[in-house]
Design a protein around this ligand. Structure first.
Ligand code: MRU
Length: 343
């Protein structure tokens, strides 16, 4: 496969490297990723994270394994194992469904390489299309609040919600971005703050609990978030804390936008209750661990609830901004998400 570069993935001479999103922004550490077990570990520990990136990295790795001579049964096993790496983001399953079709072809190594590269290229244009549609919704002088990390690190392109913000900022419409730190794993504080800083977009980092007070003081003009899965009724699973923001936005009469590629849509899930939600280790809540060191602050045996995502009901969403266009609440109610989205 040809060499390729995204913000957080590289293919070099037949080998996949990923940028460790655990150690960012303190250290830019590129990890070689040679086996499905390596990548599954990177995905579960969030060195590789973000719905689109999970699916793309798995597809690239499978293509590289095929090119290195791995036989079809072992590739099928690796594909199945990668598909179970994290349960919520449906991009992984959607991308792997395409890789499975490539694997069924006679010249499967070439087919898988071509398909993985196509997925990366497509993701770049999906991000650009989302950003174009979304930026048109941003009013001049906006103070936008975002949650988690939905930027170039999480995709092959400019990102989803953060891509919208980048393009709107380039159009001179963004006064500032409020960045939720995003407890418990701080994707906002570590990754979004870093990406915005790199792009010289003005931002202010806040604890998640501060959003309510800011909204009450009329200091937020719109909320932009990404998605891990969009169900057939328009309900959206996204990083834990997204639902609270949607409730707050509705109470304060602030638009709440979800930006995502069509690869995040799952018409097979009737509603948010049927989206599988990943539960994570207690240690992520009882303390912190990262490139800065580790510390535990809760009692040793504290009982912990740690879902990685929550579900925002469709009724709280002002618009779904997709590569295919902007979906309104009326279109969602009429059932646009019940079928695959027209591209
Ligand atoms: O647990 P994470 O960091 O993978 O969660 C990521 C999110 O919730 C993002 O909002 C979503 O995947 C979209 S990334 C473009």
């Amino acid at each position: 496969m040809q060499n390729l570069n995204t913000a957080s993935m590289r293919v070099r001479d037949g080998r996949l490297w990923i940028l460790d999103q655990q150690t960012l922004p303190q250290r830019q550490n590129w990890c070689a990723t040679d086996t499905a077990a390596d990548l599954i570990d990177h995905i579960r520990t969030l060195r590789v994270r973000g719905a689109p990136l999970i699916g793309l990295s798995a597809s690239l790795l499978l293509a590289l394994l095929a090119e290195s001579g791995m036989a079809r049964p072992q590739l099928a096993q690796s594909l199945a194992a990668l598909g179970a790496a994290r349960p919520t983001a449906v991009n992984l399953m959607n991308n792997l469904a395409r890789m499975r079709l490539a694997l069924e072809q006679e010249a499967y190594a070439a087919a898988m390489a071509a398909e993985a590269l196509r997925l990366v290229e497509e993701d770049r244009s999906l991000c650009a299309a989302i950003a174009g549609h979304g930026a048109a919704l941003v009013r001049p002088g906006s103070r936008l609040l975002t949650h988690c990390n939905t930027g170039g690190l999480a995709t092959a392109g400019i990102g989803t919600a953060l891509g919208v913000i980048s393009v709107a900022a380039a159009q001179g419409k963004v006064q500032k971005v409020w960045v939720d730190e995003t407890r418990p794993l701080l994707q906002g504080a570590r990754l979004t703050a870093w990406e915005l800083g790199e792009q010289a977009i003005p931002y202010t980092l806040i604890c998640d609990a501060m959003a309510a007070g800011l909204m009450a003081r009329r200091e937020v003009d719109a909320v932009w978030v990404g998605a891990d899965r969009i169900a057939a009724n328009g309900d959206v699973a996204n990083k834990i804390g997204t639902y609270s923001l949607a409730v707050l936005a509705r109470f304060h009469d602030i638009p709440f936008y979800v930006a995502a590629p069509h690869t995040t849509h799952d018409p097979a899930c009737p509603d948010g209750d049927t989206i599988p939600i990943e539960q994570r280790a207690a240690s992520e809540v009882t303390g912190v661990a990262g490139s800065f060191g580790s510390c535990q602050w809760a009692p040793q045996n504290a009982d912990v609830y740690n879902p990685a995502f929550d579900v925002t009901p469709a009724a709280l969403i002002s618009a779904w901004v997709l590569d295919t266009g902007v979906v309104t609440p009326g279109q969602a109610q009429a059932g646009i998400f019940r079928r695959p989205l027209a591209r």
